[in-house]
Design a protein around this ligand. Structure first.
Ligand code: HXC
Length: 264
């Protein structure tokens, strides 16, 4: 593992990518303040280490990815201002994750509820175990999703799909999430780790600058009109074309060999 004194998560370095595990299995990996702070520090570390070219996030144990914000902690919040700050804090962290310059793969191994679903929604690619369950049960606690769920789910799956799940609190299985375009692939539970690993390794071998711009252009483009998005695509195409990796990629193709990208 990477030598940081985490207690609620683990961060392990693999070959060119990192594995972050939310590690509070006794409470189904619920997110308390300390976990959010450690997540923040983990992202600092991931961004600092240029050799990390992809990040996988998963939950410890068999049962849960993340069962939401820690309800024991939420219950102690006393004022509207404090609650708003809490929502903003989580939103800021998840937006940072979404905007990370490397791809983030969510390996959803079980319950992804409330804040856990919202965490998953801030990833770039969602792999789900066939045992995964997604949902926004906040309504059953008398509140609403506060870490971006109302916004990201509506953008990803459509307004009324988001309303259905946020209003009813019903859970959906992995197959349903796949059909709604939330999850990119469903795999047998026993294969999830392997699949996430090979996907991360594959992404880590791609040209890092192109990866960064693809992610940015799709994220920013989905928040704007088509013409603005296309301009963004063209200007980014120009920027990426200036990279050494572009020369390497095209040379490798013409020389019938595998490219070796260096992020330059
Ligand atoms: C605190 C939690 C928890 C949570 C589970 N636990 N989820 N503790 N916060 N979100 C704890 C349980 O209290 C229990 O502790 C242990 O984990 C095991 O859970 P069980 O409920 O016994 O397991 P099971 O019966 O299998 O049910 C699994 C479950 C259920 C369906 C996932 O745990 C559940 O409904 N959890 C809450 C899901 C939820 O409402 N999430 C949204 C939170 S609000 P003990 O001590 O009994 O062993 C949110 C808002 C985000 O995320 C925005 C904030 C601004």
């Amino acid at each position: 593992g990477i030598g940081l004194d985490f207690t609620q998560i683990t961060l392990e370095m693999e070959d060119g990518w990192a594995l972050l595990t939310i590690n509070r299995p006794k409470v189904l990996n619920a997110l308390n303040q300390e976990t959010l702070q450690e997540l923040e520090r983990a992202l600092d570390e991931v961004e600092r280490r240029k050799e990390i070219r992809a990040l996988v996030i998963t939950g410890a144990g068999e049962k849960a990815f993340v069962a939401g914000a820690d309800i024991t902690e939420l219950r102690r919040i006393e004022t509207a201002g404090e609650a708003e700050r809490q929502a903003t804090l989580g939103q800021t962290l998840f937006t940072r994750l979404e905007e990370l310059p490397i791809p983030v793969v969510m390996a959803v191994n079980g319950y992804a509820l409330g804040g856990g679903f919202e965490l998953a929604l801030s990833g770039d690619i969602l792999l789900a175990s066939d045992q995964a369950q997604f949902g926004l049960p906040e309504i059953n606690l008398g509140v609403l999703p506060g870490y971006g769920g109302t916004q990201r789910l509506a953008r990803l799956a459509g307004k009324n799909t988001a309303k259905y799940f946020a209003l009813t609190g019903d859970r959906m299985d992995a197959e349903t999430a796949y059909h709604l375009g939330i999850v990119q692939r469903v795999v047998p539970a026993a294969n999830l780790k392997e699949e996430a690993k090979s996907l991360a390794a594959k992404l880590a071998r791609k040209a890092p600058i192109a990866i960064r711009y693809i992610k940015q252009v799709i994220n920013q483009g989905s928040e704007t009109d088509l013409k603005t998005g296309l301009r963004l695509e063209a200007s980014s195409f120009g920027v990426v074309f200036d990279s050494q990796d572009r020369v390497e990629g095209m040379d490798a193709f013409l020389e019938k060999r595998k490219p070796s990208f260096r992020g330059e």
